[in-house]
Structure formats: C-alpha cells, structure tokens
Design a protein around this ligand. Structure first.
Ligand SMILES: Cc1ncc(COP(=O)(O)O)c(C=O)c1O
Length: 422
C-alpha cells in the first residue's frame, strides 16, 4: 500500500534546515504532497522513494538518465576510474580522449571544454560569444530556460536589471521576431541562443521550423556573431549529433550537460574553429570541473551512444507511450495534447488551464507506481521496454478512471497559478 509518511517527515525536517524546504525544480512548491521528493534508490527504469515505493520514472532525473540508472557498462567505467584517481591537481589524460570523442561525433565541433552543470556550459557560451568580437548583445527566446544563473534564472529574486541588461528577447520559431531583435542589437550583436525545440515549462512543445533555424544561422553570419544551440536538455535524445543537425543547421557553439555522463556530473561547451580563440580567452574553471570519474563515465556513455541502437529504441518506446496514452485518454473521455519529440514527451490535458486535471492524474498514477510530471516535459530512457509501457498503462488507466470519477471536485493548485503568472 502506497504511503508517504517518511517523505512527509523529511519535508518537515527540510523546512527547518533548507530555505523554503527545497529549491529549484525540486521545490516542494511545485511538488505537493503526493509527489515524493526524497529518493533512496535508482536502478534501470525505476526509482524508489524514502517510503520504499518504487516508480517507473518518466523524469529520468530531469534528463541525465539516458541509458538506464546504474547502467552496468557505465558503472564499470566509474569503478575502474575511481580506483585510480578522480579529483586531482590536474586533469587525467581522459580529458583529451573525451574532447577527441566529442569532436569526432558532433559535426560542428572542433574543440570541447568541460564543466559540471548545464548552466556552466550555457554561461561559457555567453562569455565566448561576447569574447569573440567584444560585442555585448545576446538574443534569447522568451521563456526559454538556459539555466539558473543571474542572466538566465526564470525567477526575479536576487537578480538586478543589470544582470540582463544586454539580453534581447525574441519569439521562438519566428524569423521576423528574430530579425527585429537583431536589428535592435545594432552593431553590438554577440550571439543568438536557441534551444533545439521549444520546451518551455507549462507549455506545449514546438519543433523548430527549418526557416527559423536557417534565419538564425544567416543573421549570426551577417553580423559576425555566434550561433549557440543549447542542447543541455535535448542532447542525444534527438540525434547522435547536435540536435539541429536534424534540420541541417550547424551552430558555432553547443552547450551539453545532463546525458553526457549518464548521471555523473559533467557538462561541456563545444565549438568550431571560428570560436576557438574567443573560448581560449575566457577564464572559466571550477574545483571539480576536471574530475576524472565523470569523464570516464562520459567516454563509456558516448561509446554506447555510437555503438548501439539506444536512440531508435527510445524513439519506438516514446511513440508507443504517446499513441497508447492518447488512445487510453480518449477512452475515458479526456483529450491530451502530447507534443514534442517522442523521446521528450510533454503531456497536457485539453481544457485544463489551471492544471487541475494534470496534477490529479499524475498524483493518481504516482500512487500506482508511475512517476509522471503534470507541467514539465518528461524523458524516455533506453532501458525502458514495452513491458514498462504496458505496466505504465495499467497505472494510467486506473488514474484516468479515478479523475473521471472525481472530476467535479478537483481543485487547482493556487501556488502553481501564482508561479505561472510570475
Ligand atoms: C535547455 C537547458 N539549458 C540549461 C539547463 C541548465 O542545466 P543545469 O540544471 O545542469 O545547470 C537546463 C536544465 O534543465 C536546460 O534544460
């Protein structure tokens, strides 16, 4: 029988010693009771919470779980390297192997630099774009998430206008909006940022029009600025190359994180020769950026990405999840909007402006052993099987039935509404 007594006790303790009880996207504000917050195990496709409940996990740690938690080949690489050295006075030779591996795989890349989080990589992209010609203005799509540093964090707390003084916002997928933003930058355009597709929290996902992507490339070239693709979220879930290779547009810089080490802390900025000197001129570092264990994990992850059909398998599983869930919803009288690439599903209910259906549905699935998100895109991983999807559908069928019965009494989350408006 599902219970959350330990999770609740941990939340109470956390509220005493962690500001707000939790921070960032793990915040209890967006994860009300019924959504466990604390986990003790992760293995393959499953996570186990502090109360001992196990879930098929469609969040994949918000992306890093690409191949399955505790993937045996990656774990073996980690153990081998741990026995030798991890954080040391200098990097291990693995840093060169890893840079070579990425340059060999990612078409636009002639070099690589490594860091820890996606925010490090996107910030290095911003600095490199500015160092390139000493220009200041950077174009970012409205609502796009590029990390949690003062220039990019989505919430206003602790941020001053000067932190974003040289950012210009444009509408994703709109070549005219992009051209207008470029015009506004005048002769001070340093770079244009784009995510591989529009994957803003709370919203339907939108794939990029090739025309928009080509316009971004052309405008960057015309103004001697750098084009940046932020592949931190979508990396290796759309392509074994930079995600915009799928539409034939090659950036100067790409930011990577999450999947690189299948859960080990490592991220990267990749760039072409045009951007090499600028990248060499920025001073960036961190005490743990050169640790060897995550690099060993990344090398093995990249080998699996190159050598196996992990991507095609995830696409089949993602498509199965999409079509089966959508069909199941119809049977219970609900219409779902299931948008974006099949490997990064975003599932929203039609006619659910305050997310009351979505939250109640996910909470009901949770109690039956399936971890879904009501407001954020989810992630397929390569360890998922048709049997996992069949088990998922048993839980979601019962969840649809439950919310159908309770439909008239469901309540919106006031906190969520306030956050969406903020
Ligand atoms: C597109 C994108 N860029 C950057 C980031 C920031 O990555 P991190 O949380 O590892 O700093 C994220 C994280 O979700 C992301 O989705």
């Amino acid at each position: 029988m599902w219970s959350n007594a330990k999770d609740r006790a941990l939340r109470d303790r956390a509220a005493q010693v962690i500001p707000g009880g939790m921070y960032g996207h793990q915040s209890t504000v967006l994860m009300p009771e019924g959504f466990p917050q604390f986990f003790t195990r992760s293995d393959g496709t499953r996570i186990t919470d502090a109360d001992g409940n196990t879930y098929i996990d469609f969040m994949c740690a918000y992306g890093p779980n690409l191949l399955g938690y505790q993937h045996p080949r990656v774990m073996a690489a980690i153990e081998r390297q741990q026995a030798l050295s991890d954080t040391s006075t200098g990097p291990s030779p693995l840093i060169v192997d890893l840079a070579e591996a990425l340059v060999g795989m990612i078409s636009h890349a002639d070099w690589a630099m490594f860091c820890k989080n996606g925010s490090d990589a996107t910030t290095m992209a911003l600095m490199t774009a500015r160092a390139y010609r000493g220009k200041r203005k950077v174009l970012v799509a409205t609502g796009a998430y590029h990390g949690s540093l003062p220039w990019s964090t989505p919430r206003p707390g602790g941020v001053v206008a000067e932190d974003r003084a040289h950012l210009i916002y444009y509408t994703y997928n709109d070549p005219q909006a992009l051209a207008d933003a470029v015009k506004q930058a005048g002769d001070d355009l340093a770079g244009i940022f784009a995510t591989p597709f529009r994957h803003d929290t709370f919203h339907d996902q939108t794939l990029p029009d090739a025309e928009y992507a080509r316009a971004a490339r052309r405008l960057a070239d015309e103004h001697d600025a750098l084009l940046v693709v932020d592949d931190v979220r979508a990396g290796f879930r759309m392509s074994r190359d930079c995600s915009w290779e799928t539409i034939g547009v090659r950036p100067d810089l790409s930011a990577w994180g999450k999947v690189l080490g299948n859960g080990q802390p490592i991220s990267a900025l990749l760039g072409n020769d045009r951007a090499r000197e600028a990248a060499a001129n920025i001073f960036v570092t961190g005490s743990y950026w050169f640790s060897a264990v995550p690099m060993a994990a990344a090398l093995e992850t990249l080998r699996i990405v190159r050598e196996t059909d992990y991507l095609e398998h995830m696409q089949i599983i993602g498509e199965l999840f999409r079509s089966a869930l959508t069909g199941q919803a119809t049977g219970y009288g609900f219409t779902l909007r299931h948008t974006g690439p099949e490997t990064l599903p975003m599932v929203l209910f039609e006619e659910d402006p305050d997310f009351r259906l979505g939250y109640a549905f996910c909470a009901a699935a949770m109690k039956r052993g399936v971890y879904l998100s009501p407001y954020h895109n989810m992630f397929i991983n390569a360890a998922m099987t048709e049997a996992d999807i069949a088990e998922t559908l048993e839980a979601t069928g019962a969840a649809f039935e439950e919310i159908k019965q309770n439909r008239d009494t469901l309540q919106p989350s006031q906190v969520l509404m306030a956050l969406m408006e903020a």
